[in-house]
Write a protein of this length. Structure first.
Length: 254
């Protein structure tokens, strides 16, 4: 039995992964953005090993989420599942960051730095990371005219580079990025063509230490490794992303 923490696990892919892992006998720690969402987890909440609460768009609350997770004891794996994609999310966080960047990239980075290091780390990417801007120019969108789809693509390029960069830096940790496909979640919409179950199966298997338990540094889609964008696979770009995230957050990776 593995102890696994999953961000954004009240709905969509995160909830699907949580239900599959709980059903397989693993101890799953859930994450809800608000107390109201935590109260509405129903039977899944009752079967979970714990529920932590906090808004990942807030640096302060993300730091507190890390504290809550550490108080429960060391995890075997963390799935950084939470993400947003919406023009409505262009508004800045309390810290002045674009919400897409804060939730999709800064929060996974902070949690990676602050949560006691697990054996396995899984980061949710997207096929749209291939359209991300690798210049690292104005990643907070303070100078550019807002483009929600580009901001999302950029964020997924950065988090993919983070995952692959960590695999190099921490050879004792299995770090992978997973593209769940375009699936019919609240984010993906009802017309999304990919399979919802396949969308969460790969990250659940990687987190639980399944057949690919020793795999690291991979970009995965529906159970198979694929080549990521050239920038994401470039060690120099990976290091530049990590350095930029350390600068923005003021937190260095241990």
């Amino acid at each position: 039995m593995a102890r696994i923490f999953i961000t954004g696990s009240t709905q969509g892919l995160g909830r699907g992964a949580a239900e599959a892992l709980v059903g397989a006998g693993h101890a799953v720690v859930l994450h809800a953005r608000t107390l109201e969402r935590a109260a509405n987890l129903g039977g899944l909440g009752a079967r979970a090993a714990g529920v932590v609460v906090g808004d990942l768009s807030s640096r302060e609350e993300t730091v507190d989420i890390a504290r809550q997770v550490n108080a429960l004891g060391r995890m075997d794996a963390v799935i950084h599942n939470a993400g947003i994609y919406s023009d409505a999310q262009r508004f800045a966080t309390p810290e002045g960051h674009a919400r897409v960047l804060a939730v999709n990239v800064l929060a996974p980075y902070l949690l990676t730095a602050l949560v006691e290091r697990p054996a396995r780390l899984v980061y949710l990417s997207s096929g749209l990371h291939r359209s991300g801007d690798a210049s690292l120019r104005d990643i907070d969108w303070t100078q550019r005219r807002w483009n929600g789809s580009q901001a999302y693509a950029d964020s997924k390029l950065y988090v993919t580079a983070l995952a692959l960069g960590l695999a190099r830096r921490w050879p004792d940790v299995r770090c992978n990025a997973v593209d769940p496909g375009w699936v019919p979640t609240r984010m993906g919409g009802p017309s999304a063509p990919d399979d919802l179950e396949l969308g969460h199966t790969t990250q659940a298997q990687l987190a639980a230490g399944g057949p690919d338990a020793e795999a690291t540094g991979g970009y995965w889609f529906h159970g198979r490794r694929r080549e990521p964008a050239a920038a994401a696979a470039d060690p120099a770009f990976q290091d530049a992303v990590i350095a930029e995230l350390a600068r923005i957050t003021g937190v260095e990776l241990p």
